[in-house]
Design a protein around this ligand. Structure first.
Ligand SMILES: Cc1cc2nc3c(=O)[nH]c(=O)nc-3n(C[C@H](O)[C@H](O)[C@H](O)COP(=O)(O)OP(=O)(O)OC[C@H]3O[C@@H](n4cnc5c(N)ncnc54)[C@H](O)[C@@H]3O)c2cc1C
Length: 483
């Protein structure tokens, strides 16, 4: 089965039920469950989109020649890398970047791991072949994945091995000829409404040697026995698209993942017990670079949306004449151009990595992924500042169509829009800036790649600043000689 359709995704989720818990109840069918099904439908629509725009979103499978998702490509040229980026931008456009965990994010990670099979094999014999096989399976079946990299937030002052109970964080309980048995938990997994899960080391945090039993990388179907997803409460209020334009469509959910003696066959394991290799995995394979490439494409789509939204809002109520309003719109435009420039720089300076995969330059992407967590909350603040009471005053679809309809039409009109057009616009702004969906988006953008403080520290420690220091030293030396 090459590139999937939406109905094939829904059928797969029904045929392989996941143990998903929501509000204290095991969800029987997540494709129909209120508060969850809306996100599933949007994910399905995203799979249909790739057939409507196949030229941009699909490419021929290197194995079968059948059309498969562009984000599974292991590009060897810069042109192909840009095609992957364009496809990811288009897929992000579909949700205005609000479905942060479009499957292309982890497709890029597995593509990089598959390309780096030789490196994996040297760290874990057979791990590379396993990664290649998983990548092929994901590509040919067009699977959607979730992933979990972090241990539960219990005691952050000590490592996983030193928690009050050794099986709080997911850990190897038993090793057999056939595979591993895992017990404990991981936090967090966005998009548990998917086919499979990557249980990998952190992209950022480094494990100490004592954490060897917690150090592994493997994939599993979400419907594996003993694997449980405990979801946070949905931010889809169960309302119409009119009332809740984003939350009713793009709720991807986040879940804590419990491994209740979960069996992992060896053929699913890519890394095991090699703490050093686990700590180096994302950098050594370039997976983090390709994931960051997806993220910047998504963030460009999200910023384009914010620029369009804010421009329509100020036009609606005639506030575009005020200078501070113009300045705020300019701020979003500058952010957009900054992100586009980072993407272009990363693609222009792309080079083949040591595994033969055309890989974007990391520095511009690293700068972008550290900057956006600061830009996004500020842009949401701009929506709030410019929307003011308009964000909290909007009536529902029922009010517009109800007995007070005439008054609603009269008092919710704006300088340039009738109420029937102004209300949906401002409800969209509310769902971008004030609703529970909006708040979770801000938390997502702040944290999903890692703690911004420790990400900044990683920059501090890894980026070479010596030539800039030398330039300043030289100036000081020259100045001293001039005297
Ligand atoms: C919406 C959302 C979606 C996510 N989706 C995923 C996902 O799909 N997969 C996944 O694997 N992860 C996901 N994450 C988790 C994400 O990787 C973590 O939030 C991030 O790594 C930070 O870890 P933490 O949340 O455990 O915070 P903690 O590490 O517990 O930090 C809490 C606070 O303590 C401070 N702190 C803790 N330890 C230290 C330290 N050693 N040094 C300095 N300061 C410290 C932090 O700065 C922070 O202020 C998601 C997170 C969010 C919010």
């Amino acid at each position: 089965m090459p590139a999937r359709t939406g109905s094939e995704l829904i059928q797969a989720l029904r045929e392989s039920p996941i143990e998903l818990w929501h509000r204290g109840r095991k969800v029987e069918d997540l494709t129909t469950e209120e508060g969850i099904a809306g996100g599933v439908r949007s994910l399905a629509a995203r799979y249909d989109l790739q057939h409507r725009e196949s030229e941009k979103l699909l490419f021929p499978s290197p194995d079968t020649g059948d059309p498969v998702g562009m984000s599974f490509m292991i590009p060897e040229t810069r042109e192909d890398l840009v095609r992957v980026g364009d496809a990811m931008h288009r897929l992000a456009d579909f949700s205005f970047g609000m479905a942060g965990r479009d499957p292309s994010y982890l497709n890029r990670a597995m593509s990089a791991y598959a390309a780096a099979a030789g490196w994996l094999d040297s760290a874990h014999p057979g791990g590379g072949a396993n990664a290649r096989a998983w990548h092929r399976e994901m590509r040919e079946r067009d699977l959607a994945l979730t992933h979990t990299l972090i241990n539960p937030q219990i005691n952050r002052a000590v490592s996983a091995a030193k928690q009050a109970d050794p099986f709080l964080a997911a850990r190897v309980k038993k090793e057999t000829d056939a595979g591993l048995v895992i017990k404990g938990a991981r936090m967090l997994a966005t998009l548990p409404i998917s086919d499979s899960i990557m249980v990998f080391p952190s992209t950022l945090l480094k494990n100490p040697e004592e954490d060897a039993p917690y150090s592994f990388a493997f994939c599993l179907p979400n419907a594996t026995e003993g694997l449980k997803f405990i979801c946070r409460e949905t931010v889809d209020y169960g309302r119409s698209h009119f009332d809740h334009p984003l939350g009713s469509r793009f709720e991807e959910l986040d879940a804590l993942v419990v491994f209740d003696d979960v069996f992992v066959p060896w053929e699913n394991v890519f890394l095991y017990r090699d703490v050093k290799a686990c700590n180096e995995a994302y950098a050594a394979t370039s997976a983090v670079v390709h994931m960051s490439h997806q993220v910047i494409c998504k963030n460009i789509a999200k910023t384009e949306f914010l620029l369009g939204l804010v421009s329509l809002m100020i036009d609606a109520v005639g506030i575009e004449i005020f200078q501070h309003v113009q300045e705020k719109v300019a701020e979003i435009w500058i952010n957009l151009e900054t992100m586009k420039a980072f993407r272009r720089a990363a693609e222009a300076d792309a080079a083949l990595n040591e595994h033969g995969m055309m890989t974007p330059a990391f520095d511009p992407l690293d700068a972008a992924r550290n900057l956006y967590p600061r830009l996004y909350p500020r842009m949401v603040e701009i929506v709030r500042l410019l929307g003011a009471s308009g964000l909290v005053a909007m009536p529902t679809e029922a009010d517009l169509k109800g007995p007070l309809g005439e008054e609603v039409h009269r008092y919710y009109q704006s300088a340039r829009l009738e109420a029937k057009d102004r209300i949906p616009l401002y409800r969209l702004a509310w769902d971008t800036a004030l609703s529970a969906f909006a708040a979770r988006q801000v938390q997502y953008e702040t944290y999903f790649f890692g703690d911004p403080v420790r990400m900044a520290c990683a920059i501090f420690h890894s980026k070479d600043r010596t030539r800039y220091m030398e330039r300043v030293r030289e100036f000081l030396r020259d100045s001293a000689e001039e005297h």
